[in-house]
Design a protein around this ligand. Structure first.
Ligand code: GDP
Length: 298
C-alpha cells in the first residue's frame, strides 16, 4: 500500500504542491484565487467542484482568519469533494447461492481486460473461486490476454470462437459459474463505441442473458484517467446504456489529472471503487478518499 501511495503521489503531488504554494503566499488576492482555480481545473476536477472548493476555502479563511491551518483546511475541502460517505465495496457475492456476477465495461484500451485479471487475482488471494468470461470477442488479442491472466492467476476462462456472440460467451461463463458453484464470475466485454444504439443492443443483450441465470451484482465502468474530458463523454454514454454501479479509474500512475475522480463521480453519481496504478498484477487498489487526497497533497 505504501508503494502504491508513493506511485500515486509521484504523479499526483503536483496538484497539492501547486495549491499549497499559492495558499502560502503573503496575500491571497483575487489573482491568487484565480491561480487556485486554474490549478484545480488543470487537474480535471471540473468547474462546479472547483467553485465549491474555492468558496469553501475562502469562507473558512475569512471566518477563521490567521489561525486557520491552510493545509488541513485544503485537505478537508478536498476530502469533502471526493465524498468519503459513498459505499465503495465491490459487490462480488451473489444471494441465495448464486455467484456474484461482475460485468466490466468501457471503451477499448481503457484497461478492462487488465482490470479483470487484477480483480481475479485479489479474489483468489481471498480464497474465493472465480470464473472469467472472455466476452470481448471482437478483439482476438483481448481473449488471448484474458486467457494469459487466467493461467497466471489459476482461474478458468470461458471463451468462444473468434468473432462469436459476446452474449453467448457471457451466458456460458455464468452457466459454468452456477454449475460449479463458484463465488464470482467476472465478465470482460467489448468496448466498441461505434454508436450508442449498437452498444446498447450489445451490452443490453449480454446483461439479459446473464440474468436468466444469476443477477448481475456489479457493473464496473473502466475509465482511463489520462483521457480527461473525452473520458467523461464516454462515461456518460456507458451510464446511459447500462446501470453502472462502480467506476475503476485506470492509469492514475501516469496522470497528473487525479481530479477526474471528483468529476466522474459527480457526473455519474457513482463511486470510484478501484484505481489502477500500473500494468502489473498487483497494481490495483481499493479507492480510499482520505488516502487519495493525502497522495494529491504529496
Ligand atoms: P481493454 O481494451 O479495455 O481491455 O484494455 P487493456 O486491459 O488491454 O489495457 C490497455 C493497456 O493499458 C495495456 O497496455 C495495459 O497494460 C494498460 N493498463 C491497464 N491498466 C493500467 C494502469 O492502471 N496503469 C497503466 N500504466 N497501464 C495500464
Amino acid at each position: 500500500l505504501v508503494r502504491l501511495r508513493q506511485r500515486l503521489s509521484r504523479s499526483q503531488g503536483g496538484l497539492g504542491r501547486g495549491l499549497l504554494a499559492i495558499l502560502s503566499r503573503d496575500r491571497l488576492d483575487d489573482d491568487a484565487w484565480e491561480d487556485i482555480e486554474d490549478t484545480l481545473l488543470t487537474a480535471d476536477i471540473g468547474v462546479a467542484p472547483t467553485q465549491e472548493l474555492v468558496d469553501g476555502l475562502r469562507t473558512r479563511l475569512r471566518v477563521e482568519g490567521d489561525s486557520v491551518d491552510v493545509r488541513a483546511a485544503l485537505r478537508e475541502e478536498l476530502v469533502k469533494l471526493v465524498d468519503p460517505t459513498m459505499d465503495r465495496t465491490l459487490k462480488v457475492s451473489g444471494a441465495d447461492g448464486a455467484p456474484g456476477v461482475v460485468l466490466v465495461v468501457g471503451v477499448n484500451g481503457a484497461g478492462k481486460t487488465t482490470t479483470v485479471g487484477k480483480i481475479s487475482r485479489i479474489l483468489v488471494a481471498q480464497d474465493r473461486s472465480v470464473v472469467l468470461g472472455a466476452a470481448d470477442t471482437f478483439r482476438a488479442a483481448a481473449v488471448e490476454q484474458l486467457a494469459t491472466w487466467g493461467e497466471r492467476v489459476g482461474v478458468p476462462v470461458v471463451r468462444g470462437p473468434e468473432g462469436s456472440d459476446p452474449a453467448s460467451v457471457a451466458f456460458e461463463a455464468v452457466k459454468q459459474g452456477v454449475a460449479e458453484d463458484v463465488d464470482t464470475v467476472l465478465v470482460d466485454t467489448a468496448g466498441r463505441l461505434q454508436n450508442k444504439a449498437g452498444l446498447m443492443d450489445e451490452l443490453g443483450k449480454v446483461k439479459r442473458v446473464i440474468e436468466k441465470q444469476a443477477p448481475v451484482t456489479e457493473v464496473l465502468l473502466v475509465l482511463d484517467a489520462t483521457t480527461g474530458q473525452n473520458g467523461m463523454v464516454q462515461a456518460r454514454v456507458f451510464s446511459e446504456v447500462v446501470d453502472v454501479t462502480g467506476i475503476v479509474l485506470t492509469k492514475l500512475d501516469g496522470s497528473a489529472k487525479g481530479g477526474i475522480v471528483v468529476a466522474v463521480q459527480r457526473e455519474l453519481g457513482v463511486p470510484v471503487k478501484l484505481v489502477g496504478l500500473g500494468e502489473g498484477p498487483d497494481d490495483l487498489a481499493p479507492f480510499d478518499a482520505g488516502a487519495f487526497v493525502d497522495a494529491l497533497l504529496g
